[in-house]
Design a protein around this ligand. Structure first.
Ligand SMILES: [Zn+2]
Ligand SMILES: [Zn+2]
Length: 572
């Protein structure tokens, strides 16, 4: 077991290692023996199994209902076959949580990767340069994930009683992490021109001007960065949160990266890039040391031939100047199934990821050693508790009880954090709109089903669907649809104790109509919710300061008004 945890072992070492030992998963085949489609199908089934476990173990309500709760009881749930032969399930609530849900995460990361790929390609095509930056902290088994995450990415500011501290607009304030410190450091950011005034003894005013100072960002042409954050957990070293950043360099930015415009492009010089890397390593290390000396990453390394080149394992920088970057983008957002990175950049990626044992895929890469992604905790719970495999045959490591505890810790530490974030203004520099919001993430989840052309399928009532869910028979139902044996769908439901007349076979035209109605109703609901929310926000904003008094005063006035009106009537 210790063999797997040797320091200096790279991710590719782990990949090449012959299978065996506790990390092996049941039914795992060598990649070369599997076709891409098979791999994708196997990964989809794994994500489904993980989501089913999530439904049971999650403390987050949305995750408890993902893929289970019915969106619109009037419509029920559609199981349909697409023209491309996929099975599409329509009409279910989805959680849209990239950190927690294997199924939603797959869809969101796919969408986010497309966006990022577009941005990165446009930047390179225009003459810009990209850099991959991997940021990590030193960690061991005793460190809580919440504290590590706070040190790296910040945390809500709390007062002595543990209540959130708010700013003047009522927005919760945050304590910056090392990442936020990095983006605002004056050495990097530079200083704007500053004018100071003073009064002379004779009452007149003097002033002095401190000229604007350029920062490192000007010299490297920094226009912004995208960060994709990840967490893994190893048996030996505990939680391992890390950030994979894609930094946009070589832009002549007029104004700030957030609000300015890119007026042209240049190739950043070697000296400037070195200055940037040195500063980054010093700042990152210092910021983590300040949060907790135990988190201080190494800044040198004496492992022979280590890929960090003696620079230590807290910060790794790798420049990208060619458009041969499909693997690079994947490296950053780790999404698609069965899509191998291009060979030419594989070496670069291994170099960038090797020394710190970075993950290259958060959601579908399996660690053969004693390290696992959080989703693998869900998969292990499935293997142990649903498939009833022997612990040595199950994916990942740990007892079921440990996996539950680790998962709960992971949920509470990561809830409310963004997994993928673009710095302000960067999307505009590559002619993209869009945002990092949860709403957009959810749109990615629903879009995948929305754009499918359907050939036929069945519609289940909520009761029938509940039977399928409770019987873990979703995959069985999918097989029925895939083979177009729609008439047997009712048998499946009956076998599970449901009613045959709660299953309706539908043609493509019927499905299209039901689907259109469903989207209309769901959209109407969403519109109503949004407008109610806006009214509530408006009310909160314009509530008079002495609101407690307002109602009685108005009531008194009204009574006086009525009395006056009555009096006027009686007088007449
Ligand atoms: Zn979900
Ligand atoms: Zn090293």
């Amino acid at each position: 077991m210790t063999e797997f945890s040797k320091s200096g072992q790279t991710a590719s070492d782990l990949r090449e290692r012959p299978e065996g030992g506790a990390g092996e998963s049941e039914g795992a085949q060598r990649p070369s023996e599997q076709t891409r489609a098979d791999k994708a199908a196997a990964a989809a089934i794994r994500r489904y199994q993980g989501r089913k476990v999530l439904n049971r173990v999650s403390g987050i309500d949305a995750c408890g209902g993902c893929g289970r709760r019915v969106l619109d009881p009037e419509t029920g749930v559609i199981y349909a076959r697409s023209t491309r032969g996929y099975v599409v399930t329509i009409g279910l609530v989805r959680c849209g949580r990239i950190w927690f849900c294997p199924e939603c995460s797959g869809a969101i990361r796919r969408g986010r990767t497309e966006e990022l790929k577009t941005g990165a390609l446009r930047w390179l095509a225009a003459g810009g340069t990209l850099a991959v930056v991997v940021l990590t902290a030193r960690h061991n088994r005793t460190h809580e994930l919440a504290r590590l995450a706070a040190a790296m990415w910040g945390a809500p500011m709390l007062d002595a009683d543990g209540a959130p501290v708010r700013d003047r607009n009522g927005k919760p304030r945050r304590v910056p992490g090392a990442y936020q410190t990095m983006l605002t450091d004056p050495r990097f950011y530079g200083r704007p021109e500053a004018v100071s005034w003073w009064e002379r003894k004779d009452g007149s005013f003097g002033h002095s001007v401190r000229a604007a100072e350029q920062g490192i960002r000007h010299r490297i042409g920094y226009a912004g960065m995208v960060r994709a954050s990840e967490v893994t957990r190893s048996l030996e070293h505990g939680w391992h949160p890390h950030t994979n950043g894609l930094v946009f360099l070589g832009g002549k930015v007029n104004g700030t990266p957030a609000k300015g415009k890119v007026a042209g492009y240049f190739t950043p010089g070697g000296d400037a890039l070195e200055e940037w890397e040195d500063w980054l390593r010093e700042l990152w290390t210092g910021a983590l040391a300040k949060a907790d000396p135990e988190f201080t990453p190494s800044t040198d390394c004496y492992t022979r031939d280590c890929k960090c080149e003696g620079k230590g394992h807290g910060v790794m920088v790798k420049l990208i100047t060619s458009a041969d970057d499909e693997a690079l983008i994947e490296y950053l957002t780790k999404v698609q199934d069965g899509k191998a990175p291009a060979a030419s950049v594989r070496a670069d990626l291994d170099a960038a990821s090797g020394a710190a044992m970075e993950t290259t895929r958060a959601d579908n890469k399996s660690y053969r050693g004693q390290s696992m992604t959080p989703f693998q905790m869900l998969y292990r719970l499935h293997d142990l508790e649903v498939a009833r495999l022997k612990p040595a045959r199950a994916e990942g490591y740990g007892t079921a009880a440990q996996c539950r505890i680790w998962w709960a810790e992971y949920e509470s530490a990561m809830a409310g954090r963004r997994a993928i974030e673009w710095t302000r203004g960067l999307r505009g520099h590559v002619q993209l709109t869009g945002d990092d919001s949860d709403e957009t993430n959810k749109a990615f989840v629903f879009e995948q089903d929305k754009n499918q052309e359907l050939t036929g399928g069945v519609i289940l009532t909520r009761d029938a669907h509940d039977k399928v869910v409770d019987g873990d028979a979703e995959l069985h139902m999918q097989d029925v649809i895939k083979t177009e044996s729609y008439d047997t769908a009712a048998d499946v439901v009956v076998d599970l104790g449901g009613r045959a007349d709660h299953v309706r076979v539908a043609t493509a035209e019927q499905l299209a109509r039901v689907q259109a109605d469903l989207y209309e109703r769901v959209n109407a609901k969403a519109r109503k919710r949004r407008s109610e929310q806006q009214v509530a926000e408006w009310m909160a904003k314009y509530k008079p300061a002495k609101s407690a008094l307002a109602a009685p005063v108005e009531a008194v006035n009204l009574l006086a008004h009525i009395r006056a009106a009555r009096h006027a009537l009686t007088v007449q």
